[in-house]
Design a protein around this ligand. Structure first.
Ligand SMILES: *[C@@H]1O[C@H](CO)[C@@H](O)[C@H](O)[C@H]1NC(C)=O
Ligand SMILES: *[C@@H]1O[C@H](CO)[C@@H](O)[C@H](O)[C@H]1NC(C)=O
Ligand SMILES: *[C@@H]1O[C@H](CO)[C@@H](O)[C@H](O)[C@H]1NC(C)=O
Ligand SMILES: *[C@@H]1O[C@H](CO)[C@@H](O)[C@H](O)[C@H]1NC(C)=O
Ligand SMILES: *[C@@H]1O[C@H](CO)[C@@H](O)[C@H](O)[C@H]1NC(C)=O
Length: 382
C-alpha cells in the first residue's frame, strides 16, 4: 500500500456513502466557494456509449512479484510503469499465483517497461536472482532507511533531447511518518530509466506537514502544452477528515521541472495560478475531493482530459472529464465494477495506458486488486 491510498481508504471508510451530505455537515458555513464539485457534462455519458471488457492480470515476462500501482509514463519513446510496494515471490516462482505463502522480501517501488500487450510488462533493474530492485534509492545521509516508502506516480518526460524524465514521490518514513513530496531526475542508464538525482536538501521540496503532497495523487506530462502537472493530497497537519481529503495541484514547464522557483500553484478558479503554494487549504483552493490516486490523460477521440481513478471503497473504475486540467471536472462515469480478490482485497489506483490506442477510441485501464494488477479495456462508440 502506498501512502495516499492508505490515507484515503481509511478516510473513505467513514465517507463511503453520501459523501456530499457528510461534507455539507462539516463544511464551515462561510465556505461558499467549492471548486471541487462536479460541473458540466461528462463527455462520456453525454456524447458516447461504451463497452468495457475485462482483459485479465498484468504480469511481468521476466520476474514474479506481487505489486501495486503501476502508473504509466513516457521516456525516450517508450512507456514505463512505476509500481509501489513490490513483494517478491519465493525463489524460482514464475507465476505469482503459484507463490507459496509467506514473506520473501520486497522493495518499496520499482519500474518496468510496458509492451504492446496490455497484460505483459518487462521488469527492469533485476538483481542476479531475478528480483526487481528499488527504483528510488533511499539515502542514509538524509536519515532514510530501507523501510522508507517513495510513493511515486507517473514518470514524466521533461527533456526529449536528452531522454530526461522526472518522478514525483512522497517520502513515507514508515515509523516516523510522511516527510514530504519531492522530485527525482530519471535518465536512461544502460537503456533503463534510472534515478540519477533527487532534488532538495533532504531529498524533498514540499514538507508534508505544511504543504500539499504534490505528485502523490497523479502526475501528467501534457502532450498539448509545455507543462507537467502534479496533483497531491492535503498537508498532514490537517486532521479533519473532510479537509484532509482535498486535492491540490501545481504545474511547471517541463524544462524547468527541477527548479522549484519555477513552479506555479493553483489557488482555485477565482484566484488562478500563483508562484506561492496556497496559504489556505479549502474547497476553494483545491481541485478535487477524495479522488484517490489515478492518472490524467488527453483523449483525442473524446476531445478532453480524462481522469482515471477508482472510487474509494466502492471498487468502481471511474472516469471524469474536463476541458483543461484546472477543471472544472465533470461528475464520474462508472465504466467497470471490480471484484476484490480475497476477503480483505482492496482495489485502488486507476492507471491509463494511452500508448495502446493513441486515437483514444479505446482506453486500456489497469488498477490494483489486492496486490495484483488487473486490466480492462473501455471502447467508445464512434
Ligand atoms: C449540500 O450540498 C448540496 C449539493 O451540492 C447542495 O445542493 C445543498 O445546498 C447543500 N446544503 C447545505 C445545507 O449546504
Ligand atoms: C519481454 O518483453 C520485452 C519487451 O517487449 C521483450 O523485449 C522480451 O524479449 C520479452 N521477454 C520474454 C522472456 O518474453
Ligand atoms: C514499517 O513499520 C512497521 C511497524 O514498525 C513494521 O512492521 C513494517 O515492517 C515496516 N515496513 C517496512 C516496509 O519495513
Ligand atoms: C511533522 O509534524 C510532526 C508532529 O508535529 C512532527 O513529529 C514531524 O517531525 C513533522 N515532520 C517534519 C518533516 O517536519
Ligand atoms: C499547519 O501548518 C501551517 C504552517 O506551519 C500552519 O499555518 C497551519 O495553521 C497548520 N494547520 C493546522 C490545522 O495545524
Amino acid at each position: 500500500m502506498q501512502a495516499a491510498a492508505t490515507a484515503l481508504l481509511v478516510l473513505s471508510q467513514v465517507a463511503a456513502t453520501s459523501c456530499i451530505g457528510l461534507r455539507n455537515l462539516t463544511s464551515s458555513p462561510q465556505e461558499t466557494i467549492d471548486n471541487t464539485r462536479p460541473v458540466g457534462n461528462n463527455i462520456i455519458s453525454h456524447d458516447h456509449t461504451f463497452t468495457t471488457e475485462f482483459l485479465g492480470l498484468q504480469l511481468a515476462n521476466n520476474s514474479a512479484s506481487h505489486r501495486d500501482l503501476g502508473f504509466t509514463g513516457q521516456l525516450g519513446g517508450q512507456w514505463y510503469a512505476v509500481y509501489g510496494d513490490v513483494l517478491w515471490c519465493a525463489p524460482g516462482v514464475k507465476d505469482p499465483a503459484q507463490d507459496p505463502p509467506g514473506f520473501h522480501g520486497m522493495v518499496r517501488d520499482a519500474i518496468s517497461l510496458c509492451t504492446d500487450n496490455p497484460l505483459v510488462v518487462h521488469d527492469l533493474h533485476l538483481d542476479s536472482e531475478g528480483r526487481q530492485q528499488q527504483f528510488v534509492p533511499y539515502n542514509e545521509e538524509w536519515g532514510e532507511a530501507a523501510d522508507f516508502g517513495f510513493g511515486g506516480t507517473s514518470l514524466v518526460e521533461v527533456d526529449g533531447e536528452t531522454n530526461t524524465g522526472a518522478l514525483f514521490y512522497l517520502i513515507n518514513g514508515n515509523k516516523t511518518g510522511y516527510r514530504g513530496a519531492g522530485i527525482a531526475k530519471v535518465q536512461l542508464v544502460d537503456g533503463a530509466p534510472t534515478v540519477t538525482h533527487r532534488s532538495g536538501d533532504r531529498g524533498y521540496w514540499w514538507d508534508a506537514n505544511t504543504t500539499a503532497r504534490y505528485g502523490d495523487i497523479a502526475a501528467f506530462r501534457d502532450p498539448r502544452s509545455d507543462y507537467v502537472y502534479a496533483w497531491g493530497g492535503a498537508p498532514m497537519n490537517i486532521t479533519d477528515w473532510v479537509q484532509a481529503a482535498y486535492v491540490y495541484q501545481c504545474r511547471v514547464k517541463a524544462a524547468d521541472a527541477f527548479d522549484i522557483t519555477r513552479y506555479e500553484y493553483w489557488w482555485g478558479r477565482q484566484m488562478g495560478w500563483k508562484s506561492e503554494p496556497p496559504a489556505t487549504f479549502t474547497a476553494e483552493t483545491a481541485v478535487m475531493w477524495m479522488s484517490g490516486q489515478g492518472q490524467v490523460v488527453w483523449n483525442q477521440h473524446l476531445g478532453c482530459y480524462v481522469f482515471v481513478r477508482l472510487g474509494p471503497m466502492t471498487n468502481e473504475v471511474l472516469l471524469r472529464t474536463a476541458p483543461q486540467h484546472e477543471g472544472p471536472w465533470s461528475d464520474d462515469v462508472k465504466v467497470f465494477n471490480a471484484t476484490p480478490i480475497g476477503q480483505d482485497g482492496m482495489t485502488y489506483a486507476g492507471v491509463a495506458h494511452p500508448y495502446l490506442d493513441p486515437s483514444g477510441r479505446s482506453m486500456v485501464i489497469s488498477y490494483t486488486n489486492n496486490n495484483n494488477i488487473e486490466v480492462i479495456r473501455v471502447t467508445f462508440d464512434e
